[in-house]
Design a protein around this ligand. Structure first.
Ligand SMILES: [Zn+2]
Ligand SMILES: [Zn+2]
Length: 330
């Protein structure tokens, strides 16, 4: 099969000819129809996230069709459409797994990081972590739901129920979260890179009440802010933007260093927290909610061999919505 493989950090992915993987016990062999390109993939490729396997096939927003069941795999039949997310394995025994926090499992393994992912024509996945997908979405449209959507949703829950929600960084996750937040009756304040008028316009089209750049103060204090952009200085900016009791949620897996800031911007019971990974429950809740909103995903599609181009555009902030690879498209 064709796959785009990372052999060493900070090198372009290489188009490789690999054997089609074999499904082990409890696993599915899946023909990949679409795979979203996530900022986490960029952190792996750019060497900002270490500790994964090398070489690795990235990609953890996988939509595909089951072609073969490994021994004992019985949740899905051949031909079923499934989604494969970032969470690829948990131990089921540690204190986190035992307390409904499998996203924090001590022995978790992640798709496209420790397990070969979806930048390929085929992938193998543990069926217990796969999701059935809502029929309202085509393959490319469903892919961004699987990380941008799921982790965006978890971040929104962590942000609490406040009505005035700030979003820093208006990419794949933000474009989904903004729609869910509007559906919940919240107002969205969208902050983009300075000068990114296109992203501000896009946020406005998705219902943001106010758009501006990240150096600006919002017109009123916010109840919560979610930071999707991987830039540490935004933490202080967001703390200044939230009202007393407000929470700042850092939604990415990697962020540049957070500069020192005066205690008074944290005072007043403001809080900073990160969001890590997803639980299967997050996935089930969000995938049931998305078609009710209904969340509409905006995607830019690329052939498998164009993965480096897709990553470069994401790095430069030149993707509107989500980038999605179509491994079946040559
Ligand atoms: Zn565990
Ligand atoms: Zn992701």
């Amino acid at each position: 099969m064709k796959a785009m493989q990372l052999t060493a950090p900070r090198k372009p992915l290489a188009l490789a000819d690999l054997p089609v993987p074999r499904p082990g016990r409890g696993e599915l062999l899946i023909k990949v129809r679409a795979c979203g390109v996530c900022r986490t993939d960029l952190h792996v490729v750019d060497g900002e996230l270490t500790g994964g396997k090398l070489p690795i096939v990235p990609g953890h927003e996988i939509v595909g069709t089951v072609v073969e069941n490994g021994v004992g795999a019985a949740r899905y039949t051949a031909g079923a459409r499934v989604g494969v997310p970032w969470l690829g394995y948990t131990c089921g025994k540690c204190v986190y797994c035992a307390s409904g926090r499998e996203n924090l499992c001590d022995a978790a393994r992640f798709t496209g990081y420790q397990i070969d992912g979806g930048y390929a024509e085929y992938v193998v996945a543990d069926e217990r972590y796969c999701f059935a997908l809502p029929e309202a979405y085509d393959d490319a449209g469903a892919a961004p739901l699987l990380c941008a959507g799921l982790i965006g949703y978890r971040s929104l829950v962590m942000a609490g129920v406040g009505e005035r929600l700030g979003i820093y960084g208006f990419g794949a996750a933000a474009h989904i979260v903004a729609q869910v937040a509007r559906y919940q009756g919240r107002r969205v304040f969208a902050f983009t890179r300075p000068g990114d008028v296109a992203a501000q316009r896009f946020a406005g089209e998705l219902g943001a009440s106010w758009t501006g750049d990240s150096t600006m103060a919002p017109p009123e204090a916010l109840d919560a802010a979610i930071i999707f952009a991987p830039a540490g200085p935004l933490v202080a900016a967001a703390l200044r933007a939230v009202a007393k009791g407000g929470v700042v949620v850092c939604a990415g897996i990697h962020m540049s260093d957070i500069p020192a800031f005066p205690y008074d911007i944290l005072w007043g019971e403001r809080a900073i927290r990160s969001v890590a990974n997803l639980t299967r429950r997050d996935g089930e809740e969000f995938l049931a909610l998305a078609p009710k909103v209904p969340v509409r995903t905006t995607t830019e599609t690329f052939a498998l061999g164009e993965a480096n181009e897709a990553l470069a555009r994401l790095r430069e902030g030149r993707v509107t919505g989500a980038a999605v690879l179509l491994p079946g498209a040559g």
